[in-house]
Design a protein around this ligand. Structure first.
Ligand code: ARG
Length: 469
């Protein structure tokens, strides 16, 4: 029987090769080659288990492992570059193994399918990326923390509705983002538990009559458990969705911080300058210094949110068990992981050496507004005036100040006392911005002592160098 050479991947059921355009359409090798190390690890564990279970001899198992390691060495030397005809990384490895070992190589796939194989590879890959992202998050947090430690005493206007609200310690503002990042890390730790379950041995969908030991391979590969149901094992992509949801929150947090830096760096705010290390110029306007780094981070968040939606849509209509649709999970995961990691690195560098906070400008900002109005009301409350009454009185005073072009601190004591006899000359000290901040000593508030204690707690949690997740 004349069999087309590209048909040889499949069983003798096939006589003709794929149409070249369909071969390209069908292939994942151009991107899933990124899973090569995990594919080799999974195959080594599978071969060893087959030997131990007596499915093949120990000598055969060792020869298979030797062949797989030879492929790893070829790849390290840049000599393993499978083309489209290999279809995917799993076939590419198996083909090369058969070239190297002859018919023995054909025993590797005993009791296994590409369906459980690809699920194993993707989980191994994602698990290691989650660990790497944890380290990336720690570096980013440390950059914020170092900056916060230098700026406990720097004041910055706090906003609600992007309207001046109450002054803050700049450290307090930065630490809010550290808290978000800590939750991001905790979320990823939780996702990792469900990534770290082994589907290997589910075979195509129903398990296998071959006397394999799933727990052996799972243990060798560092999985914490095995899937209990073989159909679920080859069909579950929840872990990818969950990861992308956690990654999306990382990006949402980075994007919010980016937006703030972009605003702060504008001439209108002028709170921060960009150092030459992280800013770019304009090709036309010589005066420009642009915040490209936070703008790109803000922009890239959309890609990751898109992958989340893409993955959810990918799985929603799929009948059990494996469907080729699943091949589409990889580029989403690869791009999502790369984007998050690139953004975390760029933001860490931005906070390590890209920003120059304009302390004087910040000081001036908080002394020339009405963000101490609440403190005037609180002053009266401390002297027995009901809050709502105090609030009304101060509101009227702010209105008058705006008409007269004055600030609260500019009003003479007689004016205050005409409003309410409880006002005394100690009012001026009570409404100075530094005192306004210091006074907010409720737990978790912006008071300097609170901020210092938050800094100590986070520093203790985070240490000064990277910690294994
Ligand atoms: N390249 C495929 C994927 O990424 C591997 C699994 C193929 N399985 C199959 N039955 N066609 O999903």
């Amino acid at each position: 029987m004349a069999v087309d050479s590209t048909a040889s991947t499949w069983s003798q059921r096939f006589e003709q090769g794929l149409h070249p355009a369909i071969e390209r359409f069908n292939a994942s090798i151009t991107f899933d080659i990124a899973l090569l190390q995990q594919d080799l690890d999974g195959s080594v564990a599978h071969a060893r288990m087959l030997g131990r279970c007596g499915v093949i001899s120990e000598a055969e198992a060792n020869a298979l492992i030797g062949g797989l390691e030879a492929i790893r060495a070829e790849a390290a030397a840049g000599q393993f570059q499978p083309g489209l005809e290999a279809e995917d990384v799993h076939f590419a490895v198996e083909r090369r193994l058969i070239e190297l070992l002859g018919s023995l190589g054909k025993k590797l796939h005993t009791g296994r399918s590409r369906n459980d194989q690809v699920g194993t590879d993707v989980r191994l890959w994602l698990r290691s990326q989650i660990d790497a992202i944890d380290l990336d998050l720690q570096r980013y947090e440390r950059a914020l923390l170092d900056l916060a430690e230098r700026h406990v005493d720097t004041l910055i206007p706090g906003y609600t509705h992007l309207q001046r609200a109450q002054p803050l310690s700049l450290a307090h503002h930065l630490l809010a983002y550290v808290e978000m990042a800590e939750r991001d890390r905790a979320r990823l730790v939780d996702v990792r538990k469900r990534v770290n379950i082994c589907p290997l041995g589910a075979a195509a969908l129903a398990g296998t009559p071959v006397p394999i030991d799933r727990r052996q391979t799972a243990e060798e590969l560092g999985f914490e458990a095995i899937y209990a149901n073989s159909l679920d094992a080859v069909s579950d992509r929840d872990f990818a969705v969950e990861f992308m949801a956690a990654a999306s929150l990382v990006m949402a947090h980075l994007s919010r911080l980016s937006e703030e830096v972009i605003l702060w760096a504008s001439q209108e705010f002028g709170f921060v300058g960009l150092t030459d290390r992280c800013a770019t110029g304009s090709s036309l306007m010589p005066q420009k210094k642009n915040p490209d780094v936070p703008e790109l981070v803000r922009g890239k968040s959309g890609r990751v949110f898109g992958h989340l939606m893409g993955l959810l849509t990918l799985i929603k209509g799929l009948p059990l068990a494996y469907n080729k649709d699943f091949q589409e999970d990889k580029e989403a995961l690869f791009d999502g992981v790369r984007t998050v990691r690139d953004c975390l690195e760029a933001m860490a560098i931005l906070f390590e050496e890209g920003l120059d906070f304009r302390v004087e400008r910040l000081e001036q900002a908080v002394t020339t507004d009405f963000s101490n109005a609440t403190d005037v009301a609180d002053y009266l409350v401390a002297r027995g005036v009901p809050f709502r009454e105090a609030y009304q009185l101060v509101g009227g005073l702010v209105k008058a100040c705006l008409v007269e072009g004055k600030l609260l601190r500019d009003l003479p004591l007689e004016r205050w006392q005409a409003l309410h006899p409880a006002f005394g000359s100690d009012l001026y000290a009570a409404i100075a911005p530094r005192q306004v901040v210091a006074a907010r000593s409720s737990e978790g508030g912006t008071g300097f002592e609170q901020v210092r204690s938050q800094l100590r707690q986070i520093r203790a949690r985070l240490g000064s160098g990277p910690q294994a997740p």
